[in-house]
Every structure is written in structure tokens, then in C-alpha cells.
Ligand binder design. Structure first.
Ligand code: MRU
Length: 348
């Protein structure tokens, strides 16, 4: 199944509960937009494209929840739901992008009956989800050309099918290269504190039969320095107009080490992740999450941190454009100068 799917039998949004993997593959179902917003905040669903598509279906749910009899009243309900959904997580721009895209098309539709608008909004959400899969496969085709037979690739966070509607961004590239017959090996950053790499990327790689080993985030410099890795791939939650990349915390240090070792580092993003309204990465809002995500860990059954310890937990960092070799999009690979070249692919 896809990471998230609309269930037409009872007008609900069905998704994989990513908090339970790899132990349990649990499917959950939501019938209200507020529940979808909470699921995004709680990381039942996570990854920039996946939360965008979830929010799009969340808007569709808001339409079925509303008793509005006129398109005008229904549109007001969509706007109220949009505000709730957009506030669920701040960094990934795909969330606001998806919600705004549906709102704009709903407003332009000028349909005479509220029920027609409900059906239209659901169809728009489904279209956005279907496009996500097709876009990921186009990115994967471009990105796979950057991987050579025999490469060992370091990958950060989870960027696979679970982070999108299907297929994925950076991990989609790796999967396509593998399916092309390239013998590759993946070093999977465990990605503290939520461990998306160790839990989700490793699980996905196991499903595809791609050879991998999990490393803790602080090992990647060692593997690059000793010639045991040839490429670095990650996704992004937002790319500024100058090519600065906001991605899962740790991406900056990984890219620094790659740069120092002259190892190419690629960010793989749909153009919906590029935010041309922000001149540079310093303007991207960084989500700071509950310190418990850092503190509540156990090693061999024992609590690791002293009771009462404090922690900081920024969920993302900014990698400056000078550390990024190329940005892979569905319209091709973008190289520096990003200020000029990103605009060209986003406009297409
Ligand atoms: O906090 P998360 O798990 O939503 O963060 C996800 C990432 O940082 C991914 O690498 C990112 O969304 C880009 S690829 C889908």
C-alpha cells in the first residue's frame, strides 16, 4: 500500500503509523482534519512530501465534516481547517504548499453547489498525491545517474516511500539505482533523536533487499575520511532561493564532512520543497521539539540520561549552499549558482 491513502468506503484517510515501525506495521485511519493535523504533529506521518499530501486529504475531510450548504460557507470551513493543518509543523514547506494549492483551486473552481465543491477538493487532493509518486520517480531517474556501480552511499534521515506518498526522494534515487542493477551499499545514519534512519530507512532497505549497515550519526566523517563512502544523499524540508537546505538535524555536519573530504553531497527534492520567497536558509523556521525525544532513551534497558536533565531539540538544521554539490529535482539536477539555476527548474 501507499504510505497514505484515501478510503472512499468511509471517507477516511488511512496511513501507516510510522511511530510503530519497524516492530509493527500498523495502519491507522482518520476522519477529521484536526486528527490529521495531530497525526502530523505527533509524527504518525512524517517527511515533507508525506505531510503535504496528508494535509491535502485533511482539507478534503474538513469538507465532509462541515454542514455548509453553500460553496461560500464551505470555503470558509476549508480556510479554517487550512490554518489548523498548516500549523501542525513549521519547517517543511510542502505542508503549506499543498494546502494553499488546494485552496486556490477550490476558490477558482466557482462550482454552484457545496457538494460539488466537496467532490472537487477530494479530487484535487488525490491528484496531488498521485503527482507526488510520479514526481518522485522522475527525480529518481535523474538522481540515479549520479550513482556509480560499486558506490557506498551515506544517507541521512528517512527519505523513502514512507516520507512521501510512495517511492521517496533520496532513498527513491538509491532504490532506482539499485533496480538499474548497480551494486551499491548504503551506510544509514541512525538519525538521532527520532532515529528515522535506524527505524524507517533500514526497514525500507530490508524490504527492497538493498545491502546496508546502520551507523551512528557521528561515524559518517570516519567512513568518508577512510575512503569507505563515495556519495552522500539526503532530502530536504525546505530549500531557500539561494540553495541553502533545511533538512533533518545532522545534515549540516554530514555535509561539512563531505565537503572536507571532497565527497559529493546531493539533496533530492520535489520543486514543491523549494521556497523562492525566502532569500536564504536563515529565514527558514526551525521546529524545536519536545526535549523528551532526546532524553528518553535507554541503552541495554537502562535509562541513559540523569532524571531531571535538560536538553535542546532543534529538529532541522540549515546546510549552506556552498556545501551542496547538486539539488536533484523532478525537472533535472540543479548545480551552482543555485540563486540563478533553481529559479529555472521551479518555473518549468
Ligand atoms: O522530522 P521528519 O521525520 O518529518 O523529517 C524528515 C526529513 O528531514 C526528511 O529527510 C525530509 O522530509 C526530506 S525527504 C522526504
Amino acid at each position: 500500500m501507499r504510505t497514505l491513502e484515501w478510503n472512499p468506503k468511509n471517507n477516511s484517510l488511512t496511513m501507516i503509523d510510522q511511530r510503530r515501525l519497524p516492530e509493527v506495521l500498523e495502519i491507522v485511519s482518520y476522519r477529521t482534519h484536526t486528527d490529521v493535523a495531530q497525526a502530523i504533529t505527533d509524527m504518525v506521518v512524517r517527511g515533507a512530501p508525506a505531510i503535504g499530501a496528508s494535509a491535502a486529504f485533511g482539507l478534503a475531510l474538513a469538507g465532509f465534516e462541515s454542514a455548509a450548504q453553500t460553496p461560500r460557507d464551505l470555503f470558509a470551513a476549508y480556510q479554517a481547517a487550512a490554518n489548523i493543518l498548516k500549523a501542525a509543523r513549521p519547517t517543511a514547506v510542502n505542508l503549506a504548499w499543498a494546502v494553499d494549492r488546494i485552496l486556490v483551486s477550490a476558490l477558482a473552481s466557482d462550482l454552484p453547489h457545496a457538494d460539488d465543491l466537496r467532490v472537487f477538493v477530494l479530487a484535487q487532493a488525490q491528484k496531488l498525491a498521485d503527482e507526488d509518486v510520479e514526481i518522485n520517480q522522475r527525480m529518481a531517474a535523474y538522481g540515479a545517474e549520479l550513482i556509480s556501480d560499486g558506490d557506498t552511499v551515506i544517507h541521512h534521515c528517512n527519505t523513502g516511500a514512507l516520507a512521501a506518498v510512495d517511492w521517496g526522494t533520496a532513498l527513491g534515487v538509491i532504490r532506482t539505482a539499485w533496480e538499474q542493477g548497480k551494486k551499491i551499499h548504503v551506510l544509514v545514519d541512525e538519525t538521532r533523536p527520532r532515529l528515522q534512519g535506524a527505524r524507517l530507512t533500514a526497514w525500507e532497505l530490508s524490504q527492497y533487499g538493498i545491502p546496508y549497515e546502520i551507523i551512528s550519526d557521528n561515524m559518517s566523517g570516519y567512513f568518508m575520511r577512510t575512503g569507505q563512502a563515495q556519495k552522500v544523499f539526503f532530502g530536504a524540508d525546505r530549500v531557500a532561493a539561494n540553495g541553502d537546505v533545511a533538512n533533518k538535524i545532522g545534515t549540516y555536519m554530514l555535509s561539512l564532512a563531505a565537503h572536507d573530504n571532497e565527497i559529493p553531497a546531493y539533496s533530492v527534492v520535489p520543486t514543491s520543497t523549494v521556497d523562492l520567497s525566502l532569500a536564504h536558509g536563515g529565514l527558514i523556521p526551525i521546529e524545536e521539539r519536545d526535549p523528551a525525544e532526546v532524553l528518553d532513551i535507554r541503552f541495554q534497558g537502562e535509562r541513559v540520561t540523569p532524571l531531571g536533565a535538560k536538553a535542546r531539540n532543534p529538529a532541522f538544521d540549515i546546510t549552506p549552499n556552498r556545501l551542496i554539490t547538486g539539488i536533484v529535482t523532478e525537472n533535472g539536477v540543479v548545480y551552482p549558482p543555485f540563486e540563478i539555476n533553481l529559479k529555472k527548474v521551479v518555473k518549468q
